[in-house]
Design a protein around this ligand. Structure first.
Ligand code: PMT
Length: 399
C-alpha cells in the first residue's frame, strides 16, 4: 500500500449499515500515508458520527453543501480540486442513482460533478436492491462513464439475507485503492529529474539564484515513482522533503548539477530538466566576504554556465530528453526554438510572467510541445499536472 503515501483522498460516506466499516478504512488509508478528507451525506451521519470520522481522519468532516464557514475554507470546489481520488465507501443504491443522473443535491454528489479526479465506488446494499434492474443499469452506466466499482462482495448481510451487495472489507478496498495508483507506465525505467534553482556563489555569503521552489520537479519525481520508475532527483537548494522511494542528490551550482546529472547518464532512460539553472555564474568566487567600497556602481563579471539538458541530449546514447521553458512572452515560439536548439524530444513551456503559475506556486498550466504536436494542459495543481505529464512523457517515449 506504499502507493498511498501523500495521496489526497476524499472519502465519501453514504447512508448504509456498512458505514461503520468506513472508520477502519480511514484508519488503513491514513496508516498507509494518505491524507483523508471525509465527506458524509446526511443519511451517513445516522450510522456513524462525524466526530468519529474527524478523530480518525485528523481533518474536519464535511457535511453541508451550503456551509459559509466551509466554503470560506475548503468548500466543495476546493475539495473537488484537492482530491487525487474520490472514494465512496459505502455507496448506497440511492447515491449511485443520483450520481448516474448527474444530480448535485448534496455536498458529496456535487463534488463528484465538480472533480476531475477518478471516482471509485464500493457499493453496499441489500442483495435484492443490488440485483434490481435499475441498480444494475446505474452500475453499468457509471462504469461506462469511467467510474470504477470495487465489489460488491457476496455473503451474509446485516439484514439476514445472503447474496451480492456486501461492501468489500476495508483492507480489500484499501489495497485495491492503492493499486489504482500503480499505473506502471514507467515500470523498470530509470528517470533523472533536475529540480529547483541553482545558486552561483559570489563570495562565502552571497549568491545569484532565482525563485524556483522545486515543487514542479518534486511533483514529477513523485509521479514518476508512482508510474513504476526508479527516480534520481538532482535538486538545487529547496525547502522540500525527499519524495518517498526516490533517490535525491543535493547540489548548489549549475556545475555541480551537471556533474551529478552525468554521473550515471548511461543508465538513464528519461531525463527531465525542470530545474531553473542560472545561465551565468561569477567569473571568480571571492575567498572572503566582499566589502562595501566607495564606488556607487559595482560591476560583476559573469561567465556562461554549461547547459545541462543540452549536454545530456548531446550524449551518444541519449536518453529521452525533456526540457522545460520558462518564458514571459511568445511562450510557444521560444519553447519551440529551445526544443530544436537543445536537441530535446519534448519541451514543457510555462508562462512565468503569471504570478499564479510557474515559479513557487502550487499550480501550473503548461503547453507540451513535441516535434509534431502542441498540447495545452490547463491550470491544475502541480501534483495533478505532474501525473498528466508523466503519462504524456511515457507515451511519447514509447512511440
Ligand atoms: O520550481 P517551481 O517553483 O515549482 O517552478 C517550476 C519552474 C517554473 C522552475 C519550472 O516549471 C520551469 O519552467 N523550469 C525551467 C526553468 C528554466 O530555467 O527555463 P529556461 O527556459 O531558462 O531553460 C530551458 C531548459 O534548459 C530547462 O529545462 C532548464 O532546466 C534547462 N537548462 C537551462 C540552463 C542551463 N544552464 N542548463 C539547463 O539544463
Amino acid at each position: 500500500m506504499q502507493r498511498l503515501t501523500n495521496r489526497q483522498i476524499v472519502l465519501g460516506i453514504t447512508g448504509g449499515i456498512a458505514a461503520y466499516k468506513s472508520a477502519e478504512l480511514t484508519r488503513l488509508l491514513k496508516g498507509a500515508g494518505a491524507d483523508v478528507q471525509v465527506v458524509m451525506t446526511p443519511a451517513a451521519t445516522e450510522f456513524i458520527t462525524p466526530l468519529t470520522m474527524q478523530a480518525l481522519s485528523g481533518n474536519p468532516v464535511h457535511l453541508h453543501l451550503l456551509d459559509p464557514e466551509a466554503e470560506a475554507g475548503m468548500g466543495h470546489i476546493e475539495l473537488a480540486k484537492w482530491a487525487d481520488l474520490v472514494l465512496i465507501a459505502p455507496a448506497s443504491a440511492n447515491f449511485m442513482a443520483r450520481l448516474n443522473a448527474g444530480q448535485g443535491s448534496d455536498l458529496l454528489s456535487t463534488l463528484c460533478l465538480a472533480t476531475e479526479a477518478p471516482i471509485v465506488l464500493a457499493p453496499a446494499m441489500n442483495q435484492a436492491m443490488w440485483r434490481d434492474q435499475q441498480t444494475q443499469t446505474n452500475a453499468t452506466s457509471l462504469e461506462r462513464k469511467g467510474i470504477q466499482l470495487l465489489g460488491p462482495g457476496t455473503g451474509e448481510q446485516a439484514c439476514g439475507d445472503t447474496g451480492p451487495g456486501r461492501m468489500l472489507e476495508p483492507i480489500e478496498i484499501a489495497q485495491q485503492t492503492a493499486a489504482l495508483f500503480d499505473r506502471g507506465l514507467l515500470a523498470g525505467k530509470r528517470v533523472f529529474i533536475t529540480a529547483g534553482p541553482t545558486r552561483e556563489a559570489l563570495d562565502p555569503v552571497r549568491y545569484i539564484s532565482n525563485h524556483s521552489s522545486g515543487k514542479m520537479g518534486y511533483a514529477l519525481a513523485e509521479a514518476a515513482v508512482d508510474a513504476g520508475a526508479k527516480v534520481t532527483l538532482i535538486s538545487g537548494p529547496v525547502n522540500l522533503q525527499t519524495p518517498p522511494r526516490c533517490e535525491r542528490i543535493m547540489v548548489e551550482s549549475a556545475e555541480q548539477m551537471l556533474a551529478a546529472s552525468l554521473q550515471h547518464i548511461d543508465e538513464c532512460d528519461i531525463f527531465i530538466a525542470s530545474a531553473a539553472v542560472a545561465d551565468y555564474r561569477p567569473v571568480a568566487v571571492a575567498e572572503h566576504k566582499l566589502k562595501k567600497g566607495n564606488e556607487e556602481i559595482m560591476e560583476l563579471r559573469l561567465v556562461k554556465n554549461p547547459d545541462i539538458v543540452a549536454t545530456v541530449a548531446a550524449q551518444s546514447n541519449k536518453p529521452f530528453t525533456v526540457g522545460f521553458a520558462a518564458e514571459t512572452r511568445d511562450v510557444v515560439s521560444y519553447a519551440q526554438d529551445k526544443l530544436t536548439r537543445k536537441n530535446l524530444d519534448l519541451i514543457i513551456a510555462n508562462d512565468v510572467s503569471r504570478s499564479d503559475i510557474g515559479f513557487n506556486s502550487d499550480d501550473n498550466a503548461v503547453t507540451v510541445i513535441s516535434h509534431h504536436n502542441v498540447q495545452q494542459l490547463p491550470l491544475c495543481s502541480k501534483r495533478q499536472l505532474a501525473a498528466k505529464l508523466i503519462e504524456i512523457i511515457a507515451s511519447n517515449q514509447e512511440s
